[in-house]
Design a protein around this ligand. Structure first.
Ligand code: FES
Ligand SMILES: [Fe+2]
Length: 362
């Protein structure tokens, strides 16, 4: 007897604002999110501000060279402390000039000496969990969460193996892609290649060999690994040095719920990460890196090619799907689960949707 068909997730998981609110307060506040790269803040006092799960935060490098992440809020009467990027000796609140050390402790507050019982040492900025993952700074708003190596076993080491110069990398280019769809539609589209041969001719013909493509969920942890061989060298759209180990492979590590490291043939690292805007909108960021952020025509051209082809093609797909999810005529169809897996199977979607459902329904 055949097992019952596995159906795609009901539309309300993508379209219902109440479910989105639940994800913000729950899932997105309890998972590791990509904040930035340590090369953005090389010197003591360098900082950058960002937002995760509706919370304003900033990462700052201390005199002790430790990078910390704080909620971007003064402990006096809640003014925001910093915006954008910059460098500072101490963090000074623009409202009443309360001043904090780079380690978060309150250093001075005007006229506080006249306040009986005012204890400066009892006041400090609220810190959030921050990890350096091969140079990439991840933040998790759950103070009790497990470290990244438990969430994503083996990935740190595999990345270092596939990208031997990963410790020297710095961002060269960011590409920002606003999409009119719920974040989960975009993440799912990223996580299957059943649509690739029809929709991504450049990726399928110039970067990878679709017949060798596979996406496997990890046995442990929350990772989806994409693997494939690269095209014959004469079909590649850019030159690669085959003497480096793994140069002929494509890999990608998707870290639930919204970050992915990709290694293109030629050991070229690039990243995808998502930020939610509201239930109906998300933004995808593509990051491209070189050693020390050095200029590279090859990487710039790759970023442009990717933006014009794969990314552009995907925008139309996800936005159409999202309009479809709001149709009264949609009944969730069966996922195409090939027992042999491979490029035309949606077993990665089955796993992803199980995580999505678990995040909402427990
Ligand atoms: S709110 Fe920051 S000093 Fe008053
Ligand atoms: Fe795609």
């Amino acid at each position: 007897m055949n097992a019952p068909l596995v159906r795609s997730l009901e539309a309300r998981y993508y379209t219902d604002p109440a479910i989105f609110a639940q994800e913000i307060a729950g899932l997105l506040s309890r998972t590791w999110q990509l904040a930035g790269h340590r090369a953005q803040i090389p010197n003591a006092g360098d900082y950058f501000a960002f937002e995760i799960a509706g919370q304003n935060l900033f990462c700052i490098r201390g005199q002790d060279d430790v990078i910390r992440c704080f909620y971007n809020v003064c402990q006096h009467r809640a003014h925001e402390l910093v915006s954008g990027t910059g460098n500072t000796r101490v963090v000074v609140c623009p409202y009443h000039a309360w001043t904090y050390e780079l380690t978060g402790g309150l250093r001075a507050a005007p006229n506080s000496k006249s306040v009986p019982g005012f204890d400066r040492s009892a006041i400090c900025l609220t810190e959030a969990r921050c990890e350096d993952f091969n140079g990439f700074l991840f933040v998790n708003l759950d103070p009790h969460t497990a470290p990244m190596d438990e969430w994503f076993p083996g990935v740190r080491e595999e990345l270092a193996e596939y990208v031997p110069n990963i410790d020297l990398l710095a961002p060269l280019e960011w590409v920002e892609i606003p999409e009119n769809c719920n974040w989960k539609v975009s993440v799912e589209n990223y996580s299957e290649c059943y649509h690739c041969s029809l929709n991504h001719p450049t990726f399928a013909e110039g970067v990878v060999k679709p017949e060798t493509y596979d996406i496997q969920p990890s046995d442990k942890g929350y990772v989806l690994r994409h693997t494939t061989e690269c095209q014959n060298l004469e079909n590649m759209t850019y030159p690669i040095d085959m003497s480096v180990e793994h140069a002929g492979e494509y890999r990608s590590w998707f870290l639930w719920p919204m970050v992915s490291f990709q290694c293109y043939p030629g050991n070229v690292l690039n990243t995808y990460h998502w930020r939610v805007r509201d239930v109906d909108h998300c933004t995808v960021y593509r990051g491209w890196y070189t050693e020390g952020g050095a200029e590279s025509d090859v990487i710039r051209a790759l970023a442009v090619q990717d933006r014009k082809t794969t990314v552009e093609e995907d925008i139309h797909l996800v936005e159409s799907v999202y309009r479809g999810l709001k149709s009264r005529g949609y009944r969730p169809g069966p996922l195409v689960l090939d027992p042999g897996c491979g490029v035309n199977s949606e077993h990665s979607i089955e796993r992803l949707q199980a995580w999505m459902k678990e995040a909402v329904d427990g």
